[in-house]
Design a protein around this ligand. Structure first.
Ligand SMILES: Nc1nc2c(c(=O)[nH]1)N[C@H]1C(S)=C(S)[C@@H](COP(=O)(O)OP(=O)(O)OC[C@H]3O[C@@H](n4cnc5c(=O)[nH]c(N)nc54)[C@H](O)[C@@H]3O)O[C@H]1N2
Ligand SMILES: Nc1nc2c(c(=O)[nH]1)N[C@H]1C(S)=C(S)[C@@H](COP(=O)(O)OP(=O)(O)OC[C@H]3O[C@@H](n4cnc5c(=O)[nH]c(N)nc54)[C@H](O)[C@@H]3O)O[C@H]1N2
Ligand code: SF4
Ligand SMILES: [Mo]
Length: 768
């Protein structure tokens, strides 16, 4: 464990002067950069005058991207909702909080009473993973709503990786590339120069890649596009979309058949090692080369170099997840890391240890109940559940299809599924038919325009922050808490309070009692976490009295109280006095630039395993069950259609930062990239519009002709196309963009996980 400073903060200068400096982790992407924020004035007159990278942040050390400083613009955005809005005669009207909750009680509760709880659905979006209140209180809301129809952005994102990791290791414990120490990295389907990384928390990911090169290592990028990251890499492998599983299976096969595999460091903790050669035998470099569009010698070389490098890590992200063979590709990333001798080793694929703990740090080390999925199926399409949710593929049909359990009411929290989910035209139409919809969201956008009530959370500068989820994927162990930079406005509710009051309403509390009921359920949440901790025989407060511990939490309430408990009972925790040097919220408050908890530790296996066998399951039955699909695809004609993939830009963040003028300046970024050969074949010139058609939809978009994309592939970024009736985003709606998810298809998905294949979508293109 690293050093814990107990010095009083010197930089947070909240005393009487007119200018002070505050520190806050940026919540916009997974990098979690530290921001240094200058605030002028006092009381309600306070104003943020400057935001820059925090040079003293223990993790980001001053790094910041163009989005980080725009928290100020977000705060000031006149389109951002300050008060709830309710729809009256088709128009949104601003109301006080009490009236908003009364409107929900009058509109939502009767629907639930008449049709039952399963006539509702909930959709949880991405910013909820970057915001402390949804992280802590989404579960209350889910429980209070009491519906089986639970959805989130995870099934248009990382669900395949969560499943493959949980099947192998027994809980959602995802290895991350040891960026800081590796000699060789292969990135598949990730463009950290734009995204700043994902399922791998690493502020200044680009700088960390350049440092690998500077120390004589090699960076290889596997991507159908010559992305910003590919441009800087030592080698770019322009793979055909959707064929990463084929490539990785062939690499694993070469490691096995050429005697290059050396999993000795973890072999004794593995089940299924012996089965791998036969399972992977169909995937030779020769059998996959024309499918992947990568020649067999290059595939062999990728394998040889992985084996030969002193340390190496393979990292797969969104391109490997949101595709047809997402779970197999995700599984094979870890198989290749393991076979090349790099799993759980310094410089290889390692495991983070977040300070709030995770399933792999709780309970008995070395084994557990393991992971189960498919315990329920959705009503209409019989989509299997995973991690308590159904695939978003099921959402539109659950709303459209009559019968008992038809979804008639929807709650969204930090989500914009009309923008982010597949076949968005269908979902958009379905949402218009709902009896009632509530959104916790700061904007009236593509999705929330269908809501009857929108409850706006305070903006980031007015709320506290701790990356509960993302620090479990960090390339260096750190902990960092940020208090709100600015106080709440008069009468404004915190996001936690909004969520708890909505839960209380759903639990049957009277309108006049919501505040008190919220307080009670927040206390119950704190006691529940304490109680679980005292029951953990291997934890640091085992056997202690919940009341005694609860008394010690004096002073903190809400998310802070829950966070304090999690920190104190976590792997570095103070344990309510058990270890005076350990972590607590007080310690984090005293260290506004974060606490360094040290480099990732090797040899976490077998302790972190939570499989019933106490082994890494290399060939779980679900994976074996999905392999025939991959084998069958070897005989498919992969050349018969143009396919669509996505991309991200550093100045854009999914669907919801397009209202920040400073980020939207410059040339149109919502273009379709197309190779010159394809453009010529289709008779389309650079800058001209093209009509793109898929099974489910059609768009017209400007073409950007570039040799930076594989022939046969076109790329359109997601998150654009705000220009719909009723949307109140003045900058975004003026932008020349379209929603690519009009084209993506809920029927085209990774069958095992239900994750949508947003990449590799067959499309037809004509000049428009
Ligand atoms: N074609 C294509 N589609 C994609 C992707 C792709 O690569 N290609 N990527 C997918 C991925 S990885 C993801 S994660 C999803 C994202 O999908 P979603 O999570 O559905 O959508 P976002 O665009 O992130 O929209 C977030 C919403 O949260 C609101 N919001 C912002 N901050 C807060 C806050 O602090 N609290 C609350 N309550 N609300 C807030 C915003 O106003 C917005 O309405 O999109 C997916 N869709
Ligand atoms: N600036 C910015 N940063 C973001 C976001 C954002 O919208 N903007 N979103 C955040 C979110 S929610 C997420 S999940 C992360 C995602 O972070 P990343 O995983 O890094 O996602 P992208 O930047 O979209 O890069 C994905 C790359 O995969 C390639 N690709 C597409 N299909 C395939 C395929 O079949 N195989 C392979 N090998 N490659 C393929 C694309 O060409 C693209 O270059 O980014 C986060 N950070
Ligand atoms: S990379 Fe940019 S958006 Fe992401 S956390 Fe850092 S400053 Fe924020
Ligand atoms: Mo995402």
């Amino acid at each position: 464990m690293g050093t814990l400073s107990t010095d009083e903060p010197t930089a947070i200068d909240t005393h009487d002067g007119p200018t002070r400096t505050a520190f806050r982790t940026c919540p916009l992407c997974e990098a979690g950069c530290g921001l240094e924020i200058t605030v002028k004035g006092e009381g309600p007159q306070q104003e943020v005058t400057r935001i820059r990278g925090d040079m003293n942040d223990v993790f980001s050390k001053g790094f910041i991207c163009p989005k980080g400083s725009t928290l100020k613009q977000f705060q000031a955005d006149p389109d951002r909702l300050r008060l709830p809005v309710v729809k009256r005669d088709g128009e949104f009207v601003e109301v006080e909080w009490d009236e908003a909750f009364a409107t929900i009680a009058a509109g939502l509760l009767p629907v639930l009473e008449e049709h039952g709880r399963d006539a509702s659905a909930i959709y949880l979006g991405n910013p909820g993973a970057h915001s402390i209140a949804p992280m802590l209180y989404n579960r209350n809301l889910i429980k209070s709503l009491g519906t089986r129809n639970r959805f989130s952005a995870s099934t248009v994102d990382q669900r395949p990786k969560e499943i493959s990791a949980a099947l192998m290791f027994g809980s959602v414990t995802v290895p991350v590339p040891d960026l800081n120490r590796t000699d060789h990295i292969v990135l598949l389907g990730a463009n950290p120069y734009a995204s700043n990384g994902s399922l791998c928390t690493a502020p200044d990911f680009p700088g960390r890649l350049e440092a690998i090169q500077a120390r004589g290592g090699k960076v290889v990028v596997v991507d159908p596009r010559r992305s910003e990251t590919a441009l800087k890499a030592d080698q770019h492998v322009a793979i055909r979309p959707g064929t990463d599983a084929h490539l990785l299976a062939a690499i694993a096969n070469v490691l096995l058949t050429d005697g290059l595999a050396d999993p000795s460091n973890v072999a004794e903790h593995c089940n299924g090692l012996d089965a791998l050669p036969e399972l992977l035998a169909p995937f030779t470099p020769e059998s996959v080369e024309s499918i992947c569009g990568i020649n067999a010698d290059e595939i062999r070389m990728l394998a040889t170099e992985l084996a030969a490098a002193p340390t190496a890590a393979v990292y797969g992200r969104i391109g490997t997840c949101t595709q047809e063979f997402g779970t197999l590709a995700s599984w094979l990333v870890d198989i290749v890391n393991l076979l090349s001798g790099n799993l759980d080793k310094v410089g290889g694929a390692m495991f983070s240890m977040g300070a709030v703990g995770q399933p792999s740090t709780k309970g008995k080390p070395g084994s557990g109940r393991g992971f189960r999925m498919g315990r329920a199926v959705s009503r209409v399409g019989e989509h299997p559940e995973s991690l308590g949710e159904f695939s978003v593929a099921a959402l539109p049909e659950e709303i459209e299809t009559e019968g008992p359990g038809q979804v008639k009411a929807l709650v969204t929290v930090a989500g914009n599924p009309v923008s982010s989910n597949p076949n968005s035209g269908r979902l958009d139409a379905a949402l218009a038919t709902l009896d009632f919809m509530v959104s916790i969201d700061p904007y009236i956008n593509e999705t929330t325009r269908h809501a009857d009530v929108i409850l706006p959370p305070p903006p980031p500068l007015q709320k506290s922050h701790y990356d509960l989820a993302l620090l479990n994927f960090a390339v260096h162990n750190v902990a960092n808490y940020s208090p709100p930079v600015l106080p709440l406005d008069d009468g404004q509710l915190s996001e936690g309070e909004i969520m708890l009051r909505l839960s209380a309403l759903l639990d049957g509390a009277e309108l006049g009692d919501l505040e008190e009921a919220a307080t009670t359920s927040d206390e119950a949440a704190a006691r529940a976490i304490l109680s679980a901790a005292t029951r953990d025989e291997y934890g640091n407060v085992h056997g202690r009295d919940v009341d005694e511990l609860f008394e010690q939490l004096d002073g903190e309430t809400g998310p802070e109280r829950l966070l304090d408990i999690m920190l104190q009972t976590g792997p570095y925790g103070a344990g309510f006095g058990a270890d005076p040097d350990g972590l607590s919220l007080a310690k984090l408050r005293a260290n506004p630039n974060g606490v360094d908890l040290g480099a990732l530790e090797p040899e976490r296996i077998p302790d972190l395993l939570r499989t019933p066998s106490g082994k890494i399951e290399l060939t779980p039955e679900q994976i074996l069950g999905d392999m025939p699909r991959l084998v069958a695809s070897l005989d498919r004609d992969w050349h018969d259609s143009m396919v669509l993939v996505g991309r991200r830009h550093v100045r854009s963040n999914n669907s919801w930062m397009h209202n920040v003028p400073v980020l939207m300046k410059g040339r149109n970024r919502c273009t379709m990239q197309m190779h010159p050969h394809d453009a010529a074949r289709h008779g389309i010139d650079d800058g001209e519009p093209a009509k793109v058609t898929s099974r489910v939809g059609e768009v017209i978009i400007d073409v950007e002709v570039t040799d930076g994309i594989r022939p046969g592939v076109v790329s359109i970024p997601h998150g654009f196309g705000q220009n719909l009736p009723g949307v109140r985003l003045r900058t975004a709606t003026e932008y020349r963009g379209i929603n690519t998810n009009v084209l993506t298809d809920e029927a085209f998905r990774d069958e095992l996980s239900g994750n949508i294949a947003l990449n590799g979508v067959p499309v037809t293109i004509t000049a428009a």
